[in-house]
Design a protein around this ligand. Structure first.
Ligand code: 5GP
Ligand code: MG
Length: 178
């Protein structure tokens, strides 16, 4: 599939993201203080940059695992039907778990993943999303921690793609068609 021509306008700088992650990491350390091990679950693929920066700020005993849920394909709209494409490698029964998502949009993805992981009886499960688009919500769910609330714009960068492109941008930008 080819995309119409577009440019990317910077919305959140790399510096601003880094500063916010430092603060979020402190809050997570406090919340999970004394944990034997925190299983940090990244939702592929959009969270891969965020989880990499986040875990390096966490002064906790951390294990990293990944889960892939289907959502957009190459489209700009959620399918509202969530499938698990790749499950966790490890067990989370009785564990402290932090689910790391790039964006909460309609809420279907995070709602589905949280339901699935809760059924495995973790000791505690919390969620963090780098970005939140509250105006788009269709399912009543909110991440425990949110990096930034943003308006209803289609964004890319910092791990987040448009048709698999632009994940390598160090900042968050909005797509503007030209
Ligand atoms: P939800 O299930 O909450 O509607 O969708 C969440 C997923 O949709 C996010 O994890 C992300 O992968 C994708 N998504 C939502 N908004 C955007 C956006 O602005 N840009 C991109 N590239 N993906 C988005
Ligand atoms: Mg995602």
């Amino acid at each position: 599939m080819t995309q119409p021509p577009y440019v990317i306008d910077e919305m959140i700088s790399a510096k601003t993201i880094a500063a916010r992650i430092e603060d979020l990491a402190k809050e997570i350390e406090t919340a999970f203080a004394g944990t034997e091990k925190l299983v940090v679950v990244g939702l592929l693929r959009g969270s891969f940059v965020f989880i990499a920066d986040l875990v390096r700020e966490l002064d906790l005993n951390v294990e990293v695992d990944f889960l892939e849920a289907s959502s957009y394909g190459d489209a700009m709209e959620s399918s509202r039907e969530v499938r698990i494409l790749k499950d966790l490698r490890g067990e989370i029964n009785g564990r402290d778990v932090l689910v790391v998502e790039d964006i909460v949009d309609t809420g279907f993805t995070l709602h589905h993943v949280v339901g699935l992981l809760r059924s495995r009886k973790p000791k505690r499960l919390e969620t963090i999303a780098l970005l939140d688009k509250p105006s788009r919500r269709e399912v009543d769910i909110k991440a425990t921690w949110t990096g930034f609330q943003i308006p209803d714009e289609f964004v890319v960068g910092y791990g987040i793609d448009y048709a698999q492109r632009n994940r390598n941008l160090p900042f968050i930008g909005k797509v503007r068609f030209t």
